[in-house]
Each structure stands twice: as structure tokens, then as C-alpha cells.
Write a protein that binds this ligand. Structure first.
Ligand SMILES: [Zn+2]
Length: 73
């Protein structure tokens, strides 16, 4: 089992909606509080194309590609 990654991810944004996944780094159920988003500008509103979540348990990142939908996260 890896020790949690030390430090703070810079300029990450807050996860408002409850998200949960099994982290492939530490194997635990992660409920991340920090994220980075890849956003495509759109006249009807920005579209989120991908999100990098920072694991709440081990502080390591997981990328999740998003299907096209309005930005509600
Ligand atoms: Zn983890």
C-alpha cells in the first residue's frame, strides 16, 4: 500500500457534487474534494470534456473522460 502523496495540488477546484469511485492507485473508495476540468467553450454553455479527480484517500489523480453534456458539475 502506497502512503498518501504529500502536498497540495495547486489551483484545483472544489468538487460540489458527491462523486465516488474506486481509486486504482490505493484501491479505496474515493470521494474526491478536488478536481481539474477540461472545458470546451460553447455558445449554449461550456462543455466539460474531461475531469481529473484527486483521490481523497491517497492524493493521487484519476482522469475521467466525459460524454458531451452541459456543464453541470
Ligand atoms: Zn487513492
Amino acid at each position: 500500500m502506497n502512503a498518501p502523496l504529500e502536498g497540495t495540488w495547486q489551483h484545483a477546484s472544489v468538487v460540489h457534487r458527491k462523486v465516488s469511485y474506486q481509486c486504482s492507485h490505493c484501491g479505496k473508495a474515493s470521494t474526491p474534494r478536488r478536481k481539474y476540468k477540461c472545458v470546451e467553450p460553447n455558445r449554449a454553455g461550456p462543455i466539460t470534456r474531461g475531469i481529473i479527480y484527486i483521490c481523497s484517500e491517497c492524493n493521487r489523480p484519476t482522469f475521467m473522460e466525459q460524454t458531451a453534456k452541459p456543464d453541470t458539475l
